[in-house]
Design a binder for this molecule. Structure first.
Ligand SMILES: O=C(O)c1ccccc1NCC(=O)[C@H](O)[C@H](O)COP(=O)(O)O
Length: 201
C-alpha cells in the first residue's frame, strides 16, 4: 500500500494488518518520501513495514518515524537480528520462502524472537511473486507458533488455502499482488470479495 486514498479504502475493510514495502527493488516500494498521515480508519489495523535484509538502524529509524507496529522480514535476517527488533518493542513477523526440500527445523532458532512466522513461495525477488508454494509442505510444520500464509493468494484459492491448513495454527492470510490493479495499488472490490469468502462458514 502507498496511496493515501487506497490505504484509507483498504483500512475500511478492517484488515488485521496492512503492509508497506521498504524494499527498493520491489515494484511496491513505498518510495523515498513516504510520509503518510494515518487516519482514524487505521485504528486497530496493525501498520507493518516490510523489509529485506535492511540494516537494523534503518529499520528502527523507519519504524519510529512512521509509528509502525510490526515488521515483516523477508530476507535472511538472523535470529539475533529479529531479537533486537523484538526487544525494541516491535512485533516481528519472520517470513520464510518455501521451496521443495525446505527444512522446517530452521524455524526453531526463531521461536523466541518471532511473534509469527510467515510462509511464502521462495523466489529470487523475496516476495510479491504471485506464486504459491505446494501447501502440502505445510504438513511438515509441527510447531505451535501461529503463521501467516502467503504467496499467490487470490479469490479462487483463499478458501482452499484455509482448508489446506485446517489442522495447523494458521493465523492470517497475506493478500498481495493478485489483489492489485497495478503494483502497489489494491483492488478494493477484489479485496472485499476475498474477505467475504474467507469469513463465510
Ligand atoms: O510484495 C512485494 O513486492 C515484496 C517484495 C519483497 C519482499 C516482500 C514483498 N511482499 C511481502 C509479502 O508478504 C507478500 O504478501 C508475499 O510475498 C506474497 O505476495 P504475492 O505472491 O504477490 O501474493
Amino acid at each position: 500500500m502507498r496511496g493515501a486514498e487506497n490505504i484509507r479504502e483498504a483500512a475500511i475493510l478492517r484488515p488485521d494488518y496492512m503492509g508497506f514495502i521498504y524494499y527498493r527493488k520491489s515494484p511496491r516500494y513505498v518510495g523515498d518520501n513516504f510520509k503518510p498521515v494515518w487516519g482514524p480508519e487505521m485504528e486497530g489495523v496493525r501498520k507493518t513495514a516490510v523489509f529485506v535484509n535492511e540494516p537494523l538502524e534503518s529499520v528502527q529509524e523507519i519504524v519510529n518515524c512512521l509509528q509502525f507496529e510490526a515488521v515483516q522480514l523477508h530476507g535472511e535476517e538472523s535470529p539475533a537480528y529479529c531479537g533486537e527488533l523484538k526487544q525494541a518493542g516491535m512485533e516481528v513477523l519472520k517470513a520464510f520462502g518455501i521451496a521443495p526440500g525446505f527444512d522446517f527445523r530452521q524455524l526453531e532458532a526463531y521461536e523466541q524472537v518471532a511473534d509469527f512466522f510467515l510462509f511464502d513461495a521462495k523466489t529470487s525477488a523475496y516476495g510479491g511473486s504471485g506464486k504459491s508454494f505446494a501447501w502440502e509442505q505445510l504438513m511438515e510444520y509441527t510447531g505451535s507458533k501461529p503463521f501467516f500464509l502467503s504467496g499467490g493468494l487470490d479469490t479462487d484459492n483463499v478458501k482452499l488455502a484455509v482448508d489446506a491448513a485446517a489442522e495447523l495454527p494458521l493465523y492470517a492470510l497475506d493478500l498481495n499482488s493478485r489483489f492489485e490493479s497495478a503494483p502497489g495499488v489494491k483492488n478494493i472490490q477484489k479485496l472485499t470479495e476475498a474477505i467475504r469468502l474467507i469469513k463465510q462458514p
